[in-house]
Structures are given as C-alpha cells and as structure tokens.
Design a protein around this ligand. Sequence first.
Ligand code: FAD
Ligand code: UDP
Length: 372
Amino acid sequence: MAEYDFLIVGSGLYGSVFAREAADSGKKVIVIDKRPNIAGNVYTANIEGIHVHKYGAHIFHTNITEVWNYLQRFATFNRFTNSPVANFKGELYSLPFNMYTFNKMWGVITPEEAHAKIKEQRKEIKGEPKNLEEQAISLVGRDIFEKLIKGYTEKQWGRDCKDLPSFIIRRLPVRYTFDNNYFNALYQGIPNGGYTKMVANMLKGIEVRLNEDYLQNKELWDSLAEKVIFTGPIDAYFNFRLGNLEYRSLRFENEILDKPNFQGNAAVNYTDSETPWTRIIEHKWFQFGVDDNGIDIPKTVISKEYSLEWKPGDEPYYPVNDEKNNSLYLNYKELAEKEEKVIFGGRLGEYRYYDMDVVIAAALAKAKEQLN
Ligand code: FAD
Ligand code: UDP
C-alpha cells in the first residue's frame, strides 16, 4: 500500500477542491505545487493591505447554485459587480455595451433611437458575419467597433479582427437598458480577505508542499500515492512528445502609488491601438477601497496588463482553442487515457478555457466519481 491515497499536483481551484473532497471522505491526501504559494492563478498577495490579483483580475460569477453554496463554506463574498470602463484616447465609455455607452457615443436617449442607429450601421454587413469584425459591426455598428473593439481585440489576440472567430465577441452582452453589470450571472462577488485565504480554508488540515515540481521527481512522487490528480499542462506531462500546445500569455507591470485613487474603478480597458497595454487594474476597488478591517487604504496598487504571444517556458494563460491545438490536445488526451493511475483535470490538464465556477464544478464531479 502506498503512503497516500491521492497525490494532487497543483493547488489551484481544481486541485484544492478535489483535495478537500477526498480528505472529507477519509482519504489520505497530499497536495504539491511548483510555485512558492497556493491557489494557482487565483492567488492574491497582500500588498499595503490590498489583495493584489497576481495572475490577472478574477471576478467570481456563476449561475451554478451548487457551486455558489459550496464556496460559502470557505469564504464570504462581497457585493462587487464587474463594470469596466473603456478609455478610447481619453473618451470614457461604459461597458458592456448598453444604453450608457450608446448615449455617450451618439447622444441617443431612448432604446428606439439606439436600435435605429445600430440598424443603420449594420447595413454594411451582408449575410452571416464571417469573422469577428463583421460580427461586431452587425451587433453594435461600426462606430463602436472602431472605438471600443478593434484596438482592444487586436492587442489582446495579436491578430486582425478579420482573422478572428466571431464567437469571441458574442461573449459580451449588448443591452438596450441602463445596466453596466458585465456578467449575466445569478451570483457574483469577490471573496472577502482575498482568494488565497479562501483556498487556504479549503486546504485546512491537508498536507501541502510548495516549491515541488512533480515532473522533476515523478517516479518518487508516483511511488507515494495510489492515484495522482494532475492539474499541470498535459503536454508537459508527456514531455512534449507530440509537440507544444500553444497559449496566449500575459505580462503585468505592478506599481504601488502613493495616492488613494488612481482611476476610480477596478478595471479600465484601453481600447485604442496605440496604448501598449490592454487594461489597467486598480486592485483596491475589488474591495471598495478598504482593508480587511474596513479601514480606508491610503495607497493604491495598479497593474498594467500586456498581452503577449506565448513561447515555451512562459507562463501559460489562455489556451488557444483553434483547430490545430484542439486536435493536438485530442492526441494527448488519448495518451492520458492510457495512464491508469493519473487523472488529468483543470484548465491546463484539460486544455480548456474554464471559468472558476466551471473548474470547481468539474472537480466536484470528478471527486464524486472517484470517491464512491
Ligand atoms: P491553475 O490555477 O492554473 O492551477 C494549476 C496549478 O498547478 C498551478 O498552481 C501550477 O503551479 C501547478 N502546477 C503545474 N505544473 C506543475 C508541476 N509539474 N508540479 C507541481 N505543480 C504544478 N475565471 C473566472 O471565473 N472569472 C474571472 O474573472 C477570470 N479571470 C481570469 C483572468 C485571467 C488572466 C486568466 C488567465 C484566467 C481567468 N479566469 C477567470 C479563469 C481561472 O483562472 C481558472 O478557471 C482557474 O484558475 C483554473 O484553476 P486550475 O486549478 O485548473 O488551474
Ligand atoms: N472586448 C472588446 N473591448 C473591450 C472588452 C472586450 O473588444 O473593451 C472584446 C475582446 O475581443 C475580448 C472579448 O470582447 O476578447 C471578450 O471579452 P472578455 O472581457 O470576456 O475577455 P476575457 O478577458 O475574459 O477573455
């Protein structure tokens, strides 16, 4: 008999939820992570009393009641509602596209006037939209495409809007009401005290070892456990033997500023093509400008976010789920199915763009399957 029932590689949400469930059903569990900290990409660091989202801004939102209820065991959530502002060469617009945006763009007052304006502008698109540019113009017209979509999207994806699939832009709501809430979700918020604290609560009582790269010492780790849950990149597990899966990467420039308020909002998107960053996050506004004791924070921390082409060795962020990469992933998945002792899960293990709630739901489902 091995020492542990489960070795869990990765202390992100997938690994931590699985670990909690396994430990609660009486299994002996160990979690390892190659980073010096727990929580994977939702890790928040406390800087000047502000919970800084080190791997990109994370706003929890879900329609899955089971997941929302599950998380209440580990955190209380505040009432944060995501409503980014777009800055186009100093002109500010509300997002997602709604009556505030249309009013600022065209001076229209009523939904009928906004409809008429967009109807007029979408006439240039004949037939089904063939790419992101055509899809965007047919949803909101050319003016909004030029000022709020084109520059941002091309910076984010490193490709012309004519060469991008139309579904990317259909993620964004278009509303003929005055509603700046970015998400159509039943539940939304940020865990009070930061995501790291929430994940630490999940891992309470469970053995965790940080700075341990499973792949550097795979045989030893495998000998210690009956089963392995692997939440790292699936291609790395197989030593890239079929080639590299591609990602879009990000770079953050963080600054501590000696002032209480830099931009008055958690997220400001820079939608022109000249500004090199895509957006600036001002982290204190995820918690309404106060620390965990409710006291106003005199300083502020901002992160300029740059989107980058990924190269091997960089931090993988967004899977590029195009045809080429999806089909390579399927070949890796076939290899993965032959690894009887190992279960591949999460954003990197399954090479999928998963929101947090979906990762948690997937981990809960896998735990149910494995622990019965
Ligand atoms: P991860 O958090 O990546 O965890 C994997 C862990 O495995 C890491 O800690 C890694 O260090 C570890 N690991 C990898 N290889 C090894 C190894 N060989 N040995 C040991 N450890 C290893 N979702 C939302 O719902 N709302 C948002 O607003 C949102 N914003 C996002 C913004 C950005 C920029 C990005 C990239 C994602 C965003 N997401 C958001 C998605 C969210 O980050 C993911 O759903 C979630 O973090 C995935 O959890 P995971 O456990 O699968 O992976
Ligand atoms: N988008 C845009 N302008 C904005 C915000 C978003 O054109 O100010 C487009 C962009 O193409 C982006 C897509 O809408 O890729 C989806 O936006 P979302 O915020 O969902 O992207 P995420 O950062 O979550 O991938």
